[in-house]
Design a protein around this ligand. Sequence first.
Ligand code: ACO
Ligand code: ZN
Length: 511
Amino acid sequence: MVPVMSTGDMLDESNSAILDPISSVTEGCRLPVLMMSSQEWPLAEVISIAEKDHQKMFYIHYIDYNKRLDEWVDESRLDLRKIQYPRRDLGAPSNTGGFNTPKKLQVSSGGTVSRPASPGIPAPHDPITGPSVLAALQLKQQKYKKRKIESLETPVTVQEEAPTRRSSLSDLEVSISGIDAPPLPSTASSGTPAVGNHCTGATNHAPRQTGSLAAHTEDHAITRIKNIRMIELGQYRIKPWYFSPYPEEITELDCVYLCEYCLKFRKSFKCLQRHLQKCPYRHPPGNEIYRKGTISFFELDGRKNKLYSQNLCLLAKLFLDHKTLYYDTDPFLFYVMTECDNRGYHIVGYFSKEKESSEDYNVACILTLPPYQRKGYGKLLIEFSYVLSKHEGKTGSPEKPLSDLGLLSYRSYWKHTILDILINAKTLDGQEKPLITINEICDQTKIKKEDVISTLTTMELMNYYRGQYILTLPRDLVDAHNKAVAERKVPKIDDTCLHWKAKDWAKRGKW
Ligand code: ACO
Ligand code: ZN
């Protein structure tokens, strides 16, 4: 028998929705949410709603912030007075939320169906890396602007004599050729950063079909929610930033325990200890191709070391948002950087690289694990990738899109590497000032031409004067560069410590 609802019942229902505004919050709604770290109320979107211990919890994304700050919050942190409901007139799904929230779908992963895990509700926590790095990017941009003004105030004709590194009393000028006449290219391969909601760089190439981690085209609700609460890796407990398709039963745990040497995951500390007694590794499998001091690099073939490579991709995905995970690791090489002590070789970070790249990419994905970040290891990984390119005899570039942090790190690496060349450019006999071509910069650094041009453009150092570009290096910029070099904590890559020969994978027939 179908229960008959009286008019009174219906009124009660609608009244209770008015009296209890929290029940009107649906997926896709936008409203101000209290951000604990800043005590501010930025606009956020409700991605998912779930119940835990009889309490409604809301998984929210702060609109102008990176997704790594997404979190579960309770109703006390929602400002319901300023709620915006999703518009439903744009063909949006009706039951899973509005147009803001994509429909929940299975994630296809290069022929293999990944295992979308139930999101679960991790304990509320503070943002991992503080407010968005948007601020950092903007600050850097402002610095360039300020410098540009200062440099214009300085007479442009001033010329340094000694071409060697110096803390000059005046600005340094270098003539540069190899760029077509103005206007300068406004965008290069690295392009303009897009931070916040969409953590992608500039150019969105079509996703590769075989990659281990490839740029994703669709943003499914399930993959927008962090599914692992905590990992333990060696001596560190690390809070993941993003979704990674670990098996569903793993996502239920308070903490996932990883073997720091082979990267296998276990459900408990006890299981991990049992594993460690049997695990034959005290370093990543593969060849140690570089060692200087405590830093080593291991090269792994994604086909020969499949399990390790897949586990590495699963781990990396926890901190990489703009890539979708694929299971075919065969076309990739993995370069794992470790720091060694008397217990073993501890993973610090890695980058992957296609065995054959039609677009001259020398890095597919790059990661420094959070406990090691902001110490210079990221730039060391980047430097290593260009050293490999040097041995291959070609220029290279990172795969696009870059993340916000990826863009910051590459820009910093490119800037310092190019400045080093410019500051040390020699003035030849009969020349008024040092003369260098873009191709010479590419040749010496192995940085791809577009990236050299985009770096010089972003730094706003180039002036077009009487048919050629003159680079004016403001004194403060040269001083800041020299200071950064002097204060560098992580030593540079020493080419003499590399034991590696480039392979021509195209000739090998099979990877
Ligand atoms: N906020 C502001 N600036 C930052 C931050 C941050 N959170 N993190 C790094 N930087 C800046 C540093 O200050 C430094 O700039 P400076 O030399 O001008 O001072 C620069 O970025 C590089 O710093 P490192 O210490 O060398 O880099 P780190 O070891 O932190 O690694 C990396 C950088 C690899 C991007 C790291 O942040 C990471 O793994 N992030 C998550 C994964 C990711 O986004 N990878 C890049 C994806 S793009 C791709 O894969 C091709
Ligand atoms: Zn192990």
